[in-house]
Design a protein around this ligand. Structure first.
Ligand code: NAD
Length: 371
């Protein structure tokens, strides 16, 4: 396994990781990594990623991101993440997932959820094996977070608050979205309800641009019918890269990591950038955006809708509860982070990390007192 490449000295700090577990079951060909980063706020929640090349370092970085995201969202959960080394397109998925579930049965401070390469069916198998999973199908009492557009709903709540910090009126504002998937589509739909006009969208096959506005429902129908936003009959087809430089007020990267970088950041024209994807900008590019006065709401504040939904499900809440909590928590966190960034003259990410760290450290201090 990739354990030998993990640099413990570099990554271990006062927060964690609490546990790094390597799982191996040769009978079913299971090789997996579980990192439970920090549980001061409660049992860790984080996705199970299935990919042939997932490494301990990647799982650790994702687990740490969950520690910060869950703390910032005010959830009673720490951060964890799992990686199963397998190609989700070719493996016998059910037997592998069931073996993984049995292997983590005793690790009760980790609650698995869906991530790249796993979905609600996988969570149903884990629930069946060990009675502990989130992101379950509706038939098992789950709240299907992608179906309801939980993360896009949160991005719309984030936009509403952030707009006040960059003198933007949402009604009539223009929007470009990289990645018209489970995050991008509902974000476009919920923002359209607030009067925002979609002018460009991309997916893995290309991008479409219409400065006059693209009807979101027509674009969804075109993507469903043809498999791509490029199947939309209106507008002009543009490249993936051109999407980042179209004139617009709001830009939402909602697909790949590091898609905004030193090579394209100068062309960005938006006033507000909401990070729908995880780590969609390099830190140098994020700093440059800040210096140019473009307001960036960092990923673990803006895209927490999915994990808030998972937490509501775990604690027995309904879909309505989830939508209320997502809008409430993301709205108030966005306000708190942007006020602190403004007051301290720092980048929103620095203010967001400080907010999350304060919550984790408070919980760790409470834990020390009570033991
Ligand atoms: P998804 O697979 O549903 O959608 C991704 C979209 O991006 C697809 O339409 C795909 O065609 C498109 N895409 C792929 N490569 C592209 C490229 N080079 N240029 C433009 N578009 C491209 O995935 P998702 O669930 O929407 O997740 C998107 C990102 O948001 C990921 O980084 C994910 O980790 C993150 N995220 C998702 C959630 C959630 O609730 N689903 C929550 C938090 C963060």
């Amino acid at each position: 396994m990739s354990d030998s490449t993990f640099d413990y000295e570099r990554f271990c700090d006062d927060l964690g990781p609490a546990k790094i577990v390597h799982l191996h079951d040769p009978l079913v060909g299971l090789q997996a990594i579980l990192v439970i980063d920090n549980v001061a706020l409660g049992p860790s929640i984080g996705g199970v990623r299935m990919a042939p090349d997932v490494t301990t370092e990647e799982v650790f970085r994702l687990a740490r991101a969950m520690t910060l995201k869950n703390a910032a969202a005010g959830l009673p959960h720490g951060g964890g993440k799992a990686g199963i080394l397998a190609d989700p397109k070719t493996v016998p998925k059910e037997s592998l997932i069931r073996a993984f579930a049995r292997a983590i049965r005793g690790l009760g401070d980790y609650i698995p959820g869906p991530d790249m390469g796993t979905d609600e069916s996988c969570m149903a198998w884990i629930e069946d094996e060990i009675g502990r999973a989130v992101g379950l199908p509706r038939s098992l009492g789950g709240i299907p977070l992608d179906e309801i557009g939980a993360t896009g709903w949160g991005l719309a709540a984030c936009a509403e608050v952030a707009a006040d910090f960059c003198a933007l009126e949402l009604d009539g504002a223009t929007l470009a979205i990289e990645g018209f998937g489970n995050v991008g589509r509902p974000a476009a739909r919920f923002l359209a309800e607030k009067g925002v006009r979609l002018v460009a969208a991309s997916d893995s096959r290309g991008a479409v641009h219409d400065p006059g506005g693209i009807d979101v429902e027509e674009l969804i129908a075109a993507k469903d019918a043809s498999g791509s936003v490029t199947g939309h009959s209106g507008g002009t087809k543009i490249s993936h890269e051109e999407l980042f430089t179209v004139p617009c007020d709001i830009l939402i990267p909602a697909a790949r990591p590091d898609c905004i970088h030193e090579g394209n950041v100068a062309g960005i024209q938006a006033k507000l950038l909401l990070q729908g994807a995880n780590i969609p900008a390099t830190s140098a590019a994020e700093t440059e955006l800040h210096q140019r006065g473009i307001l960036v709401v960092p990923d673990f504040i803006a895209n927490a809708g999915g994990v808030i939904c998972a937490s509501v499900e775990y604690h027995g809440g309904s879909e309505e509860d989830a939508l209320v909590q997502i809008a409430g928590k993301i709205g108030s966190n966005t306000r708190e982070v942007l006020r602190a960034a403004h007051a301290g003259g720092v980048e929103p990410r620095a203010a967001a990390v400080a907010l999350a760290m304060e919550r984790v450290e408070e919980a760790m201090a409470r834990g020390r007192v009570s033991t």
